[in-house]
Design a protein around this ligand. Structure first.
Ligand code: AMP
Ligand code: GLY
Length: 424
């Protein structure tokens, strides 16, 4: 099969790496990809939200399967675009339909879906600029901290957690009246604050059947001890040590099953990944968000633990025969550490040469923000490289990643030294 994978991060390098292990994958294009995907597949300079350009390319290269890494093309409806085009509708797209992608594209849609399907989630109310004063009154009825969420996609920045009531009111007004997050905050969901430890559950579904992939925990803050600004993710661990059989059983029966059943009940086509962000409150799993794609850097630990053929799984998703394939998981722990550019998640420079990559031993290098320039690998983003390692436990795996990171160098390189600190 000839496969087209959309995206350019560590997640896509990991997906590409895994798909290339399948005998079913004869040719892989990654659009636009990075220096890592260029070393194993063929990068193509396509804009992943330019569906007409993707169409031309897919026809020209006789693409058999499209795998979508990030959320943007999904929320914009790439699944429906392929399905409704006579020249493309024979090509399966791994990802949800446009309506399904609203689980990530609209916080309000996701909350309504959760409540309607009796899936545990934080209590909430949503407000617009017309009801901003009602929103302020609602804040008065809650206990701090206050959780304010921009309804739409805001590149992971649209959630504010605020201690002070007056500040929360000001921010609510900023979001609704002054477009703090552009049109994404023309609606705001105010949520009850949940106190617990986060973990993520990844599900692959064909719309009828599902497979639960390994759990993972990511570290979103830039600073050690989970402090400082939010990032895309600074590291991840899989499996999550506290996700024991009892918790997993609750997650499956209370959350995964009703999610898939809810999609079916509403006739929402969904052939792709569901990433369920959870918070474990005293042993009870509660949903804080849905994403309609894999996580990054969670993919860099979840996918390496998958022993099954990923292309075969994607084919089963497309054919709705996921019940007929089995999932084999590596029992070992996998961890990944994200190496980033100094300054990230705020302003940072690009174009620094990365050296030492060839010295990495016994870990897997997944490129995130890198590109090739005059045959050199240079930084091309905030999150630059993810170093994934296996171990009999996560401590052992983490140690390997850190030992290998010592061998890497680029200007203003930074990584968190405490990934996994809260799991000991
Ligand atoms: P989200 O984009 O919905 O995942 O929110 C970003 C982050 O905000 C989450 O990873 C949590 O750390 C935090 N968060 C979101 N909702 C809540 C909540 N209701 N209570 C506590 N923390 C939350
Ligand atoms: N690492 C979090 C995400 O991919 O959304």
């Amino acid at each position: 099969m000839t496969i087209l994978l959309l995206g350019s991060g560590g997640r896509e390098h990991a997906l590409a790496w895994k798909m290339l292990q399948s005998p079913k994958c004869s040719k892989l294009f990654v659009a636009p990809g990075n220096a890592g995907t260029a070393s194993i597949a063929k990068n193509v300079a396509l804009n992943i939200t330019d569906f007409e350009a993707i169409k031309t390319f897919a026809i020209q290269e006789k693409i058999d399967l499209v795998v979508v890494g990030p959320e943007d093309p999904l929320v914009l409806g790439i699944y429906d675009f392929f399905k409704s085009d006579a020249a493309l509708n024979h090509i399966p797209v791994i990802g949800p339909s446009k309506v399904g992608a609203q689980l990530e594209g609209s916080k309000e849609f996701a909350k309504e879906f959760l409540v309607k399907n009796n899936i545990p989630t934080a209590a909430y109310a949503s407000f617009t600029k017309e009801t901003v004063e009602k929103g302020c009154d609602f804040l008065e009825t809650l206990q701090p901290p206050f959780v304010l969420k921009a309804d739409g996609l805001a590149a992971g920045k649209g959630v504010l957690i605020i201690q002070d009531l007056e500040e929360a009111k000001t921010e609510l007004r900023n979001m609704l009246l002054h477009q703090k997050f552009g049109s994404a905050s023309s609606k705001v969901v105010i949520e009850e604050f949940l106190d617990g430890i986060e973990l993520s559950c990844f599900v692959l579904t064909d719309g009828k059947n599902y497979k639960i992939l390994p759990t993972a925990k990511d570290y979103k803050r830039i600073g050690e001890g989970d402090t400082g600004l939010n990032t895309g993710g600074m590291g991840a661990v899989s499996p999550v040590p506290f996700a024991d059989a009892v918790l997993l059983e609750k997650i499956e029966t209370r959350i995964v099953k009703p999610t898939i059943a809810g999609l079916q009940k509403d006739n929402i086509e969904y052939k792709g990944f569901v990433f369920i962000g959870l918070i474990n409150v005293k042993g009870e799993p509660i949903v804080i968000e849905y994403n309609v794609r894999m996580g990054d850097p969670e993919t860099e630990v979840v996918i390496p633990r998958l022993k099954s053929d990923l292309v075969e799984l994607f084919q089963a998703v497309a054919n709705q025969t996921l019940d007929q394939v089995s999932l084999e998981i590596d029992e070992r722990s996998a961890t990944t550490i994200m190496v980033v550019s100094g300054g990230y998640p705020e302003d940072y420079d690009k174009g620094f040469e990365i050296t030492g990559l060839e010295k990495i031993q016994d870990s897997i290098v997944f490129h995130a923000g890198t590109k090739l320039e005059n045959n050199k690998v240079v930084t091309n983003g905030g999150r630059v490289i993810a170093i994934t390692s296996f171990g009999d436990n996560f401590q052992e795996a983490i140690k390997k990643s850190y030992q290998n990171i010592e061998k890497l160098h680029f200007d203003k390189m930074y990584c968190r030294k405490d990934i996994g600190f809260d799991l000991l």
